[in-house]
Design a protein around this ligand. Structure first.
Ligand SMILES: *[C@@H]1O[C@H](CO)[C@@H](O)[C@H](O)[C@H]1NC(C)=O
Ligand SMILES: *[C@@H]1O[C@H](CO)[C@@H](O)[C@H](O)[C@H]1NC(C)=O
Ligand SMILES: *[C@@H]1O[C@H](CO)[C@@H](O)[C@H](O)[C@H]1NC(C)=O
Ligand SMILES: *[C@@H]1O[C@H](CO)[C@@H](O)[C@H](O)[C@H]1NC(C)=O
Ligand SMILES: *[C@@H]1O[C@H](CO)[C@@H](O)[C@H](O)[C@H]1NC(C)=O
Length: 258
């Protein structure tokens, strides 16, 4: 090999190696490795990158300009290695992901989040988090007080969890545009009183719930001035819903009933 060619090779190799190992932040990579002790990232093969560049891992998306993690798709990663036993997520592990916009932790047998001791840490570190999918876990109502400290949330999915009775959804959830709390044993009539305050809510899913005083519930939801989509499918209904109950919905385009 000529000397020049060797130099080009060394430089190209060096650049590739440098970019590879710095494609993701060390603290984010370490946090993922810690998560790998409770979620199974074994099959997180690298899509053309390396073990050191977590941005090339299959469940991870980064902002290519900053190399920061923007999306984590960690659904269904518990059962294979750990079985279906309920466990608690140490939410402090999420704090390094300061650019995270979207987090999917659905179907992982999570029983709750252990919030960091300092009250403002989640809101200050996860200030970009807009989409959170925690569906198909074993979360009870206590998850709401943890999530209420993340005011950036726009889309929250809590389908098929252990939510029950009255959900207190107010104040800090005021930026939510989409909420899906389908298939939980909640008291919809009591919960609707708090939901009324989510003035930016455009999309509400309440499928698979027991609906007492159905007409009254629908009328209460009419106070949601931004609501465009309301889904009330597969519910057991007491009482009737009439077109009159939809009188106060000003923007509603789609209602799924039945
Ligand atoms: C996660 O842990 C498993 C088991 O220890 C290991 O085989 C795998 O390589 C780890 N995944 C990553 C991305 O480090
Ligand atoms: C949660 O993780 C943080 C950071 O790794 C650690 O300092 C803390 O002790 C952990 N808390 C629990 C309850 O395990
Ligand atoms: C969640 O609800 C299911 C079904 O009602 C129940 O079997 C399970 O024990 C509950 N889990 C927790 C952690 O409460
Ligand atoms: C709804 O918002 C009003 C006005 O901001 C406030 O006074 C009230 O306490 C809120 N209700 C709930 C249930 O959060
Ligand atoms: C519609 O809203 C008005 C004013 O808030 C209220 O008086 C009325 O009872 C509501 N109608 C229905 C059908 O809920």
């Amino acid at each position: 090999m000529k000397k020049e060619a060797l130099w080009v090779f060394v430089v190209v190799w060096g650049v590739a190696c440098f970019c590879g190992s710095h494609g993701c932040q060390e603290q984010e990579r370490v946090a993922l490795l810690v998560l790998n002790t409770t979620l199974d990232l074994t099959y997180s093969e690298y899509t053309g990158g390396s073990y050191f560049n977590c941005c090339s891992w299959r469940y991870v998306e980064c902002n290519p300009a900053t190399g920061r993690v923007t999306k984590l798709m960690l659904s269904h990663l518990r059962y294979y290695r750990f079985g279906s036993k309920t466990w608690y997520l140490n939410a402090s592990l999420l704090l390094p992901f300061e650019e995270l916009k979207s987090l999917d932790l659905s179907s992982n047998s999570i029983g709750g989040w252990i919030a960091p001791k300092e009250p403002n840490l989640l809101s200050s570190k996860l200030s970009k988090l807009e989409v959170l999918d925690l569906s198909d876990n074993s979360l009870d109502n206590s998850i709401l007080s943890v999530l209420s400290t993340i005011p950036s949330l726009r889309r929250l999915l809590l389908i098929s969890n252990n939510l029950s009775g009255t959900l207190h959804l107010h104040g800090d959830f005021s930026n939510l545009k989409e909420l899906d709390i389908s298939y939980n044993a909640i008291d919809v009539a009591a919960t609707a009183k708090g939901i009324k305050n989510l003035s930016h809510l455009e999309n509400l899913h309440l499928d698979g719930v027991h609906l007492k005083h159905a007409g009254t519930v629908v009328r209460a939801l009419g106070a949601l001035s931004s609501l465009r989509i309301l889904s009330l499918q597969s519910n057991t209904i007491e009482g009737s819903i009439t077109t009159q109950d939809f009188h106060n919905f000003s923007k509603l385009g789609t209602a799924h009933l039945g």
